[in-house]
Design a protein around this ligand. Structure first.
Ligand code: 15L
Length: 269
């Protein structure tokens, strides 16, 4: 039987990177976004849905016949509270509720390092299940996302894996991302592991590559079958040449959330 996976926020940065990487001959990707998505190419097994994650009826319909949901939709940066509440927090509830109603057994949630952004880096790796310490309203929405995921797993027996993504881009963009980078290929490997793991229940895993300068535990992700292959170190020379190394007491090096933890960061919009 062909598996059908619904990806919300499919036109966003991570969604776009995943479109080809999660494609498989025995799989249909149902791509959902409010933003325009490129139409299916010849032979591409995709269905395109234009809808908002805040629209319960649309999400109920989008979850019909789906085996798993990868919820990437929502604002990916800091926004005014009303927007975060509506799209990120309420939107995640709508998606989980739609999945439940449609009998979808598994939901992967794109959480973020900003759920624990104010955590001060110690000497070792930040552990799995680090207690919430959000650095922004956006970070609060990721804490709420994890809470909602836990609720739906406990109350309804769904498998829900929240991935605290570091920085998922083609390449690391600055010094901090040498530690937080999740390569697109490793992101696909991690999502595949989360989709395939037998009965994970509720989990919170870090989403980062096998970076030499990694700050995060990979224990829980590896327990689900994740085997990262990329290391940001191949970009270190280029990044250090371009921007140098920030001072040891700068937010970029003190906090997991980096500049998102500075007082002038735009939290009060
Ligand atoms: C995130 O959660 C953001 O969505 C992304 O734009 C990056 O800023 C990333 O975190 C990061 O911390 O680098």
């Amino acid at each position: 039987m062909t598996a059908r996976i619904l990806i919300t926020g499919a036109a966003g940065t991570v969604g776009t990177l995943m479109r080809t990487r999660l494609a498989a001959p025995d799989r249909v990707l149902r791509l959902l976004d409010i933003a325009p998505l490129p139409a299916a190419e010849d032979g591409e097994r995709v269905e395109v849905v234009t809808a908002s994650v805040t629209d319960q009826a649309a999400m109920d319909a989008a979850c019909e016949g789906v085996d798993a949901v990868i919820h990437l939709g929502g604002h990916s940066l800091e926004r005014p509270w009303a927007d975060i509440l509506d799209v990120n927090i309420n939107g995640t509830h709508v998606v989980l509720e739609a999945a439940r109603r449609a009998g979808v057994g598994r939901v992967l949630l794109a959480s973020s390092n900003h759920a624990v952004g104010y955590h001060r880096r110690g000497d070792g790796e930040a552990p799995d299940y680090l207690f919430p310490q959000p650095d922004t309203y956006y970070g609060v929405s990721k804490v709420a996302m994890e809470g909602l995921g836990s609720l739906y797993a406990s109350r309804y027996g769904m498998d829900v894996v929240a991935v605290r993504i570091g920085s998922c881009f083609e390449k690391p963009r600055d010094f901090r991302m040498l530690s937080t980078w999740l390569s697109p290929d490793d992101a696909a490997r991690l999502f595949e592991a989360c989709l395939a793991a037998p009965s994970p229940g509720f989990r919170v895993v870090w989403g980062v590559s096998a970076n030499t300068r990694r700050w995060f535990s990979l224990t829980e992700a590896e327990a689900l079958g994740y085997k990262p292959e990329d290391d940001s170190e191949v970009y270190a020379e280029e990044i250090l040449a371009a921007g140098g190394e920030p001072p040891a007491d700068s937010a970029a090096r003190v906090y997991l959330g980096g500049a998102w933890c500075t007082p002038d960061f735009d939290t009060a919009v």
